[in-house]
Design a binder for this molecule. Sequence first.
Ligand SMILES: [Zn+2]
Length: 247
Amino acid sequence: MLNWLTHLAIILQSNDCVFCQQATRSLTGICDVCSEQLPRMFPRSYQHVLLSHAPQFAAHMLKRQRLCISVWRYRQSIRWLLNRYKEGGNSHWSRLLALQLSAQIIFAYRYHGLALPDCLVAMPCTESDWLQRGFHPAGLITYECGRLLNIEVVKRGLYWIKRVEKQKRVGRQQRWLNRLDAIRATRALSDRSIAVIDDICTTGASLCAASEAVYRVGACTVDVWSLAYNPRQSRSDTSLLDLSALE
Ligand SMILES: [Zn+2]
């Protein structure tokens, strides 16, 4: 039904770009002009960049993740897009965001010569976030990616077992410590290859906690996918050079 309505909207040219509000024939919901200006990442794993910023004790866990892939860098346009999706009542944007993520995933797996994973699982959201937003942003993206890529989705596969402070209020080391051991998996995933999906990857701490939870229930490999990577480096940080090479 939604597909049919989208096609009708395109025929009538009332399918507006989410950024500039101009009518577009693009099925992605982002017109070609706006799409070219987005800070798209090269479709390749940036695990080495996460590793260069992680505290020593977390390195072995990050190395256990096979691929870390994002669609965009978390710059102003993407911050606006994801903020409007999560906080602005635009849960229907999950479809266009999942289209972007799925396309990036196909390119990235082709680049690395790997097969797509067996199952997808969403990063869990807290009950208070769910009550505030009325939906689970990463959950909807995961559901849509499963549909688009024809991969099984493990519904409510992960849950938080303790409260963690919002990332902004705590330091880098503390962010890792708070999250380690904070997530559990709800069912066995023996010998399955899994991708954990979140909206934003900052230090990789939350995604690492999720992938460790999935490994504990028997997963053979874990990849982490997100819409945006937010590196948050200082200006003097030379690894920004690594990052610019990713785009
Ligand atoms: Zn546009």
